[in-house]
Design a protein around this ligand. Sequence first.
Ligand SMILES: Cc1cc2nc3c(=O)[nH]c(=O)nc-3n(C[C@H](O)[C@H](O)[C@H](O)COP(=O)(O)OP(=O)(O)OC[C@H]3O[C@@H](n4cnc5c(N)ncnc54)[C@H](O)[C@@H]3O)c2cc1C
Length: 515
Amino acid sequence: MSCPGKLFYNWSDKDFDESLKFIDTEQLGNDPYDVTIIGAGVVGCALAYKLSLHKLRVLLLDKNYDVGEATSKGNSAIIHTGFDAAVGTLESELVTKASRGWPELAKKLKIPYEECGALLIAINDEQNSHLDNVYEKALKNGVTDVQLLSAEQALELEPQITKNVLRGILIPRESIADPFSTSIAFAEVALTNGVNILLGTEIIGVENANDKIKTLVTGCGKRIDTEIIINVAGLGSRKLADLYEGESFDINPRRGQFLIFDKYSRSAINRILLPIPTANTKGVLVIPTIFGNLIAGPTAEDFTINDNAVADTTVEQLQALLNGASKLYPGLYEQPVISTFSGVRCNCSQGSYWIRCNDGHQGIITVSGIRSTGFTSSPALAEYLISELHEKLGLNLEANPEAIDSRSESSWPGWWKRPYSNNELVKEFPEYGRVVCYCEQISHGEIIQQLDSPLKPRTLDALKRRTRAQMGRCQGFDCMVNVAEIVSNHCNIPLNKITKRGPGSEIISTNTLQY
Ligand SMILES: Cc1cc2nc3c(=O)[nH]c(=O)nc-3n(C[C@H](O)[C@H](O)[C@H](O)COP(=O)(O)OP(=O)(O)OC[C@H]3O[C@@H](n4cnc5c(N)ncnc54)[C@H](O)[C@@H]3O)c2cc1C
C-alpha cells in the first residue's frame, strides 16, 4: 500500500489538535508538488482521487474546513443521465459517460446511491408540444432507454402526480446519491494513496507563474511550491485566475433554493418529478433524497459575483417554489417542511465547462462554469482533465501499483447501515447503542468513528454531513450540544472552541460560559 498523505488544518486557535495543525510548509515536505489542486469541491476531490492512482506528488487544498463545503454541498443530488444536455457539448459527453460509471463507482467508494428513475411530465398544451423535442434530444445524447408515456401510464407509475398530466417521459436511469459522501470518499482514497490535504487555507497570491516551479501564497503568508496549478475553485475561480492573469471570463452566480420535507413525504413519490426544461434551467423539481426525504427546488436566481446575499433563502422565492413544485405533485402542500437551504451555481457567461489549459502561463489549468451537472460528471471530468494534463502540459503519468481505488466495507455511512439496531454491532461496540440524534437515530459510536476517520472532521457541519446527526426534523435543536460535547471530549478541545464550520463560528460564546 502507498504511504498515506498528510492532512493539516490551518486552524488559528491554540486549543486545536497539535497533530493536525498547519504551522509550517516544512510539514508538507521540501520538494515542490507535481500538481496542486486549488478547491476541494467534488471536482477537486475527484481529480485528487484519479491523480492518486499515479506516481505523483499531489496537494489538494481548500479555504474551507472540510471538503465539499461550497456548491458541492447544496445541490439536488441527482446523478443525471444527460438526456437533456446541450447536444455535442463537452458537458453532454462527460455527464453521459459518468452516469454510466456511477453504479460501479458508488459500490467501490461506498456512496449511498439509488437508481430511482425520473418522470418528466407535461401539464399544459405548450409543454406537451415540447415533449417530443425533449425525447429526441435524449436519443441524440445517447440516452436511448427513455420511454414516451401516455397520461394513464404516467399516473400508473406515480399515482400522486397531478391529474392534469397530458403525457410524460420515463428516464429510468436518472438516480440519486449522497452528495456529501462523494467528495469525502474521493478525498479519503486520495489521502490513503499519498495525496496531502490542506484545509482552511485560502490562496491569495501566485508568484513566479511564468517559471517551471510556481509559488502559491496562502492567506496566512505561507508559500507552497508546485509545478502545475489546477484552479477548480468554483465561484472563486475568477478571483484566483486574476492572480496569475489567466484569460478573462465572468461568473454570474445563480442561486438555487430548496425546501426539505419530512420523511413521511418520501413514500408518496418514487421517482424524481421533472417539468419540461427551459433554455435556462431544468425548472423546479420534486426529488426523493437518498436520506429518505423529499426536496423541492431549485430556483434559478442570478446575482453578481460580490453580492453577499447570494447564499440566503427568501420567503417569497420559497413560496413560489412550493407553488411551482405543487403543480407536479399537489400533495406537497400537505407535507411538513423541516428546513430550507440554498446552493449557488458557478454560472460562467462564456459557457458551461469553461476549461483553459496553460492559461496565461505554461502549467496552469483553469476550470470554471461547472454549473448544474458537476456532481454527476466529476469522475469523468477528472479523467478528462488528467488527459489534458498529459497531452497539453506534458505531465508524466506512471501508474502507482500500490494505489487503491476503493474504500472498505466499514466506510458505508452509519445512517445507511443503522448500527444502533444491530445487536451484534452493539455488542462489539456498545457506543452504537447510545443514540445521540433521535430524529435520524444516530449513535455516539458513529460520531466517534467519524472523528477518527481519515479526514478527521473537526466541525459540527462536517460531522453532520458524515453522520446526519443534526440533519433531522429538529435540525440539531435537541442534539447539537450533545454532539459538540462528544467532539470536545474525544478531541480534547474546550467546548467553547467547538465550531459550526471553522474558526469564527463557535456555537457557545465565552460570555455565556461565564454566567
Ligand atoms: C442549486 C443547485 C443544484 C444542483 N443540482 C445538481 C444535480 O442534481 N446534479 C449534479 O450533477 N450537479 C448539480 N449541481 C451542480 C454541482 O453541485 C456543481 O457542479 C458542483 O458541486 C461543482 O463542484 P466544484 O468542485 O466545481 O465547486 P465547489 O464545490 O464550489 O468547490 C470549489 C471549492 O474551491 C474553494 N476555493 C475557492 N477559492 C479558493 C481559494 N482562493 N483558495 C482555496 N480554496 C478556494 C471553495 O472553498 C470550494 O470548496 C447543482 C448545483 C446547484 C447550485
